[in-house]
Ligand binder design. Sequence first.
Ligand code: ZN
Length: 249
Amino acid sequence: MAAFALISDLHANLEAVEAVLARIDQLGVREIACLGDVVGYGADPLPVARLVLQRCSWCIQGNHDWGLFHELDDFNPLAREALLYSRHMLQPGFLRFGRRAVWDFLRRLPQRMEAHGFLFCHGSPRDPVMEYVLKSDGFLEPEKMQQIFALVDRPCFVGHTHWPGLHRPDYRFHQATDDNHRFRLEGPCIVNVGSVGQPRDGDPRASFAVVDGDTVEIHRVPYDFRRTQAKILAAGLHPALAERLARGK
Ligand code: ZN
């Protein structure tokens, strides 16, 4: 099996997506797949969704992608406002050429995938779009982890929390850091590939993963977040969505 890259939680951040795709090309990795949340939060949902459509072999649905087509009552006010913006920028209509293919692509995203002998979803194997597998769940929610691991018989890749790392069946979370970012894939485990477009682990660099045989490596890539911040502000989105990109939180 050739190596493949996993990107997730792009959140309409074009600068981060371009930096990550350039790094994946540099690494010589040909196959890319996306674990969802293409849209929301950022200013560039259309160009980011187009890149996913062009470059990824497949993409699964994240909660923000789901939100494009459903009621937004369960989203917090910032997420809701940004999703209305994403919806507006993506919706096909009169004199809005070329949006139909992207819109239909996002509307039809599957919620789970199996490929290369692995499982993939955005959130959790139990509730693939909405549920978070948090790094604290191992010690705070052992029953939840027990139920989730009962559904997993091999490595499962997720996004959603924007925290890269790996849960082993002992429920311990191994956070990906500069010193510890390669993990062996053996037996059931849940690998979080982190977020391209809105990291929350205190590291503002974009995060993605490369799977090669029985190893997964988390990569971090710096990008020009000041440009992204300026676009978020110019789009009239909430300044907090711009500020957090500098902190990676
Ligand atoms: Zn997300």
